[in-house]
Write a protein that binds this ligand. Structure first.
Ligand SMILES: Cc1ncc(COP(=O)(O)O)c(C=O)c1O
Length: 360
């Protein structure tokens, strides 16, 4: 290694050098059931109206830095209480980063495990110690352990994904309340899968100064836009606004999201179809005696194989043209777990047909 290379490497913090980049598998030509996307296109009239709108956009100009029109329509569409603040992110990933960037150096961050991998990834990238508390066997929160870990580490931020990824369940209301009451720091309830669970803490933010609700439009059908938002008390959102990069929401996202929110009936209708498909797929998968299926309140299903290798089944499904997600060895998950996103009826049928014959 040259002297220069060595010097460049030594500039980067060792914890970052030890990290792996977030891996997104190649999906060309495959039925994509790996990333919790909405599989449906827009009705043709809606698409034409949207393209017309985009043709008036001015890519030579910077976007509105505070995305006023988008924020107003989002507040209306999602029923954000007027006394609360909203911060927009380039995906909710960016908001997780923004929250953590605002914390004191050395502040610890807590989340149950397994949960969304970006909580740990971003905390590590910012050199913030990460405390994970295993979920109970039924994937509920282990409240006594969480409370004793809160007392021990006094975390600045606790993340709770509601429903949780990758387990797909909603935590019990009273457990979340207990965490909220025990925490001195922020509690971020990440409602990425709210369109499929239809339960929310948004109306409780006003009651709890330390509560932030995080949402994304990705799972609703707008993953390509990269738009997330958080709702919290104004003193907090005002501080987060100071470190949000001024033009993080580009003009195409601002226009498209504002347009899409006027057609929420279409997006809600698609989510309702996916909820029906989820129930259908849950039933079908449960009929396979070699599979253990976990309940789901999201647009994906976690299941484990009782007598087969998840790696082998994943690879054979891919070979058969269907991409799902292999969970690897995630602490707190049973062995041999896989996660499938709920797709269209024909995608789900294809997945079920292929996995049925692989498991025979
Ligand atoms: C729980 C949870 N939160 C946040 C995200 C990130 O969503 P976004 O596309 O808005 O960055 C995901 C994505 O899978 C997720 O599972």
């Amino acid at each position: 290694m040259s002297k220069n290379n060595k010097k460049l490497e030594s500039l980067v913090r060792p914890e970052i050098r030890a990290m792996s980049a977030y891996h997104v598998p190649e999906a060309t030509g495959l039925v994509k059931l790996d990333a919790m996307e909405n599989p449906f296109a827009w009705p043709i009239e809606m698409k034409e109206e949207w393209l017309q709108l985009l043709s008036d956009a001015e890519p030579n100009r910077y976007p509105d830095p505070s995305a006023k029109e988008l924020v107003a329509s989002l507040r209306h569409c999602f029923g954000v209480p007027s006394e609360l603040g909203v911060v927009l992110g380039n995906g909710s990933d960016e908001l997780i980063q923004l929250i953590l960037m605002a914390m004191h150096q050395g502040a610890s961050i807590m989340a149950p495990t397994p949960s969304f991998v970006m909580y740990r990834h971003i905390a590590t990238s910012l050199s913030l110690p990460f405390v994970s508390v295993p979920l109970n066997g039924d994937f509920s929160l282990d409240v006594p352990t969480m409370i004793s870990e809160i007392e021990r580490h006094d975390p600045a931020v606790i993340f709770l994904a509601y429903p949780n990824n990758p387990t797909a369940n909603l935590f019990h209301d009273e457990d979340i309340r207990a965490i909220l009451n025990a925490a001195n720091g922020l509690v971020v309830i990440d409602e990425a899968y709210q369109p499929f669970a239809r339960k929310s803490f948004l109306n409780r933010v006003s009651e709890h100064e330390n509560l932030i609700v995080l949402r994304t439009v990705s799972k609703l059908g707008l993953a390509g836009l990269r738009l997330g938002f958080l709702v919290g008390h104004n003193n907090l959102t005002d501080d987060l606004e100071k470190i949000r990069l001024p033009y993080n929401i580009n003009i195409f996202t601002q226009l498209t999201a504002t347009f899409a929110f006027k057609h929420m009936d279409v997006l809600d209708g698609q989510a309702a179809i996916l909820c029906n498909q989820r129930e259908r797929l849950l039933k079908k998968l449960s009929s396979l005696s070699v599979v253990r299926v976990f309940p789901s309140e999201a647009n994906f299903i976690l299941f484990s194989l009782l007598s087969d290798s998840a790696e082998r089944v994943f690879e054979e499904l891919k070979e058969a043209g269907v991409l799902i997600k292999k969970m690897g060895h995630v602490p707190g998950l049973p062995d041999e777990c896989l996660r499938v996103t709920v797709g269209t009826r024909s995608e789900n049928d294809l997945f079920f047909e292929k996995i049925g014959s692989i498991l025979k």
